[in-house]
Design a protein around this ligand. Structure first.
Ligand code: HEC
Length: 308
């Protein structure tokens, strides 16, 4: 059937043998056939497009260069790469670090206990984690609000009732919600790791206000969060040695998972899609050759019509 369709199409293309030659010439992209105006227009468009691109690139570079913060070094994350997955043991340990250290100041309002199920914890474990916290609920039948142990469907509770309370407790600085922080900061988990392990004494000439600390990776250098991670600042249930860098690595991996909980699934889809599409591509290529074979193997002859 395909061959028949090809023949019909081919027949229509070739109907008026006398003008086949000139028509083909009109469609050609060779610059010889272009009018002067068209050449001018296209060159102007090219020059303007190139100029705008170069300007944008230069602006982006100058913005990067104007910052005075150190650039975070790249770390070899287990989930780095098209076909890589999270290290779930590390994400689980990261949850433990968040729970024991960061939770004191940072909320995580978009992550619920049910999200942990089958990622870092079993359902039973996640239920037990949820039951450890008290959640405000209500109103009950008499119109009163009450506290109850958490359930799987509850979101992580916030340490402060509102932003003002958070600022009042932290020298006026607001500890940002950590649910999406990894996607929200340039450098992602590399930045988080560098920030958490990068505290140092301020260099000469840098004056910090009360309650500020020096961290070269934080824009401006003066951060209102004190160093949170030291060796043994948290305990791991799996027996890993809780050194400061281990804690920072695990909590950064956990925060990447919080920002992109679908990452593993997406990578799995990539593998499936590549597999399927490469098979399809072979079929499509064969079919294309098949369909075009009548046209491509046809010989066209140009016969000038003699003017008499
Ligand atoms: C004692 C309270 C406190 C603890 C504990 C704490 N933080 Fe913070 N954090 C803050 C405050 C306050 C800020 C805001 C700093 C600022 O804007 O200068 C902050 C800011 C941050 C930022 C944002 C930095 C930026 O680029 O804007 C990240 C990321 C962060 N903290 C991660 C963590 C992690 C991870 C932990 C746990 C290991 C943690 N924090 C523990 C108080 C805390």
């Amino acid at each position: 059937m395909a061959a028949a369709v090809g023949r019909i199409c081919g027949a229509r293309l070739l109907k008026n043998t006398g003008i086949v030659g000139p028509q083909v010439c009109q469609l050609s992209t060779s610059t010889q056939g272009w009018t002067r105006n068209r050449k001018l227009l296209l060159s102007t468009l090219g020059a303007v497009g190139g100029g705008v691109g170069a300007l944008l690139f230069a602006l982006e570079q100058s913005v990067q260069a104007s910052g005075n913060e150190a650039h975070p070094p790249h770390q070899p994350w287990s989930h780095d790469g098209w076909f890589k997955a999270f290290d779930h043991a590390s994400v689980r340990r990261g949850y433990e670090v968040y729970k024991q250290v960061c939770k004191a100041c940072h909320s995580m309002q978009y992550i619920a206990f049910r999200n942990l199920v089958n990622v870092t914890h079993t359902e039973e474990e996640a239920k037990a984690e949820a039951a450890e916290v008290m959640i405000k609920d209500g109103p009950d039948e008499e119109g009163n609000y009450f506290e109850r142990p958490g359930k799987l469907s509850d979101y992580f509770p916030s340490p402060y009732p509102n932003e003002n309370a958070a600022r009042a407790a932290n020298n006026g600085a607001y500890p940002p919600d950590l649910s999406l922080i990894c996607s929200g900061r340039k450098g992602g988990e590399d930045y988080l790791f560098a920030l958490l392990t990068g505290y140092m004494d301020p260099p000469a000439g840098v004056v910090l206000r009360d309650g500020q600390h020096y961290n070269p990776y934080f824009p401006g250098g003066a951060i209102s969060m004190a160093q949170a991670l030291y060796d043994e600042a948290a305990e791991y249930t799996d027996g890993t040695a809780p050194t400061a860098s281990q804690l920072a690595k695990d909590v950064s991996a956990f925060l990447r998972w919080c920002s992109e909980p679908e990452l593993d699934e997406r990578r799995l889809m990539t593998i499936k899609a590549l597999g399927m599409f490469s098979m399809l591509a072979a079929v499509v290529y064969y079919f294309k050759r098949h369909k075009w074979s009548t046209l491509k193997s046809r010989k066209l002859a140009y016969k000038p019509v003699s003017k008499k």
